[in-house]
Design a protein around this ligand. Structure first.
Ligand SMILES: Nc1ncnc2c1ncn2[C@@H]1O[C@H](COP(=O)(O)OP(=O)(O)OP(=O)(O)O)[C@@H](O)[C@H]1O
Length: 257
């Protein structure tokens, strides 16, 4: 069954059209990277899928039903905001909320939920610091715990907004591999917003590229080409490949006009 179906999605703010006529189907276990310049509407797309942002027109369905706020079938790793230094919430509490947050108000955590939290924490390699207050952890440590929170309930769909920001290279690879494992083991589909596709290039099934109120979608080889991106941006954009990595030149400048 298709995980996510967007039909003729359109969103604008004032005069500015972020995207329109957006059609997208995401299958179980699929890894979709969302690329585009600053302000092209990547985060807004995730918010629309989460039911937090109403479309101007079009529909978004998750597992064949309209999306709604707080849908437990979606895991979300928001764009990183550092947690304030004094925050007493422990990493373990955060991860446990990802598992039983919808049963809020229960006086204690069941042993099953505790075991799931332990497993999710171990999977991101955060066992050593999961009992410290979040506010006392580094940005990268916090980020791994947020990944654990978003994946602990084995969601149908995982939305990740620049989840590798503030991680060093080794941890970037670690977190990317975790998301990859999640989708192969539990068929969670992943929508991954990023400015740099290279750390996840080998995992990406399809790219959704947003620009100038328009979009293009296809495999990385289909989309990441000079002629395709030049046509999308309406100006010269060059795509280079070096040592298995992809570089896009000219798009950032084009995105500001
Ligand atoms: N609720 C809102 N009201 C008005 N404008 C908004 C609202 N939400 C987003 N925007 C505008 O829509 C545009 C797209 O924002 P969005 O955060 O989706 O972009 P993005 O592609 O995620 O950007 P970045 O790469 O910088 O994170 C921005 O210009 C933003 O100011």
């Amino acid at each position: 069954m298709t995980v996510l179906t967007i039909r003729q999605g359109a969103l604008s703010f004032g005069e500015r059209t972020l995207w329109r006529s957006l059609d997208l189907d995401v299958q179980p276990g699929e890894f979709v990277a969302v690329l585009g310049a600053n302000g092209s509407g990547k985060t807004s797309l995730l918010r629309a899928i989460l039911g937090q942002q109403k479309l101007d027109s079009g529909t978004i369905e998750l597992g064949g039903q309209p999306v709604h706020r707080g849908d437990r079938r979606i895991g979300y790793i928001p764009q990183q905001r550092l947690i304030a230094p004094g925050t007493p919430l422990r990493g373990r509490d955060l991860v446990t909320l990802g598992i039983n947050g919808h049963r809020f108000g229960l006086p204690f955590t069941s042993s099953t939920d505790r075991r799931r939290a332990d497993a999710a924490i171990a999977a991101v390699g955060a066992t050593a610091y999961a009992d410290q207050p979040m506010g006392a952890l580094s940005g990268g440590e916090q980020q791994r715990l947020r990944v654990a929170q978003a994946t602990a309930s084995d969601p149908l769909l995982l939305l990740a907004d620049e989840p590798l920001t503030s991680l060093d290279l080794a941890h970037q690879r670690g977190v990317a591999e975790l998301l990859d494992q999640q989708r192969t083991q539990t068929s969670t589909a992943v929508i991954f917003v990023t400015h740099d596709i290279n750390p996840v290039l080998s995992m990406v099934d399809r790219v959704l590229y947003l620009a100038q109120g328009r979009f293009t979608v296809g495999t990385p080889d289909e989309v990441l080409r000079s002629e395709v991106l030049s046509s999308l941006y309406g100006t010269d954009v060059e795509v280079f490949r070096r040592g298995g990595r992809v570089f896009v030149a000219g798009a950032a400048e084009a995105g500001h006009h």
